[in-house]
Design a protein around this ligand. Structure first.
Ligand code: ADE
Ligand code: ZN
Length: 332
């Protein structure tokens, strides 16, 4: 068996705020004078026992409040990329949640300055390429998302695409039709979380109304055989997050996770870490977890890595280079 941590791979479903480890959270809280109701790393980590997506989001937004300066966002981004580089990451399409910051009075420009600096540094230091996608919070008004998009102005070229995240049930994709149309017209990539906790109809809406290029999570599609057939036929990439699904109780245990069955059925699945600081592992840990719990073979791992490259927003030349590295890993 080969080392899954050296398998070259891309990650397509990664919330930068979800990479905030307790150590950095407490350091930034002290530096920025932000009160967190936890005094130690251990106490904060003890809160990581989630009942569902909403219970996780509550803690996620609360700890996100320690991020205030561009240098905080840069430190966060650099820390993530350093860890992921050590686990074989070659390219990442990064999500960030601007509204989680703008509602606290942190300007969007500060957020973008910091994350962009971190991404630029990773390209030089680790050779990791990246794109940046802004996610709208679906449990806030669609008008606010549109307003945020319109306010981008000359910052628009600093982003590569948009996504849709936060509490899913009761907030269907179609509510965001207008802002997605604007983003597509501006030439941006478009993706959306759908079918994480809500049903297959959310996945259909994301495809038909928002016209997304990829579906984030999408595992509830398995409840609808016609939808599965469509996803196979159209080769719609699904960014599946197995450790997240277990921690948020979407799936009972990793040993029961359907991701390898999905791969076997011809779905274009990729595996990703979602919010690695909260869910027990970075992208290499996800691959290792699938081997440990499901007996994933080296061939399946390489297929998932190839899918991650193909479905990423990396350029064609970069994709070819990482494909060649995956082949070398297989032959090594
Ligand atoms: N924000 C951060 N992680 C998320 C997830 N898994 N689902 C929805 N919104 C999120
Ligand atoms: Zn997510």
């Amino acid at each position: 068996m080969k080392d899954l941590y050296t398998l070259p791979k891309a990650e397509l479903h990664l919330h930068i705020e979800g990479t905030l480890e307790p150590e950095l959270a407490l350091e930034l809280a002290a530096r920025n004078g932000v009160e967190l109701p936890y005094d130690s790393v251990e106490e904060l980590r003890r809160q990581y026992d989630f009942e569902d997506l909403s219970s996780f989001l509550e803690l996620y937004y609360a700890t996100t409040a320690v991020l205030r300066e561009a240098s905080d966002f840069e430190a966060l981004t650099r820390a993530y990329l350093g860890r992921a580089a050590a686990q074989g990451l070659r390219h990442v399409d990064v999500f960030c949640d601007p509204q989680a910051h703008t509602v606290r009075g942190v300007p969007l420009e500060t957020v973008l300055d910091g994350i962009r600096s971190g991404l630029d540094a990773a390209r030089t230091e680790h050779g990791i390429t990246s794109t940046l996608l802004l996610c709208f919070l679906r449990d806030r008004p669609a008008a606010e998302a549109l307003e945020l998009f319109e306010s981008l102005g000359d910052q628009l070229p600093r982003i590569d695409g948009i996504g849709l995240d936060s509490a899913e049930v009761g907030h269907p994709p179609a509510l965001f039709e207008q802002v997605y149309a604007r983003a597509r017209a501006a030439g941006l990539h478009v993706v959306a979380h759908a079918g994480e906790e809500a049903g297959p109809e959310y996945v259909r809406e994301a495809l038909d109304v928002l016209r997304v290029e990829r579906v984030d999570h999408g595992i509830q599609s398995l409840r609808d055989p016609d939808l599965v057939a469509r996803l196979v036929a159209e080769q719609v990439p699904l960014t599946v997050c197995p450790l997240s699904n277990v921690r948020l109780r979407v799936v009972g245990a990793l040993a029961e996770h359907p991701v390898l069955d999905m791969l076997g059925r011809g779905l274009l699945v990729t595996v990703n870490s979602d919010d690695p600081a909260y869910f027990g592992g970075y992208v290499g840990d996800v691959y290792q977890g699938l081997r440990d719990a499901l007996g994933m073979t080296d061939e399946q791992a390489a297929a998932l890595a190839r899918n991650s490259v193909d479905a990423s927003f990396a350029g064609a030349q970069r994709k070819r280079a990482v494909h060649a590295e995956i082949t070398a890993w297989e032959q090594g």
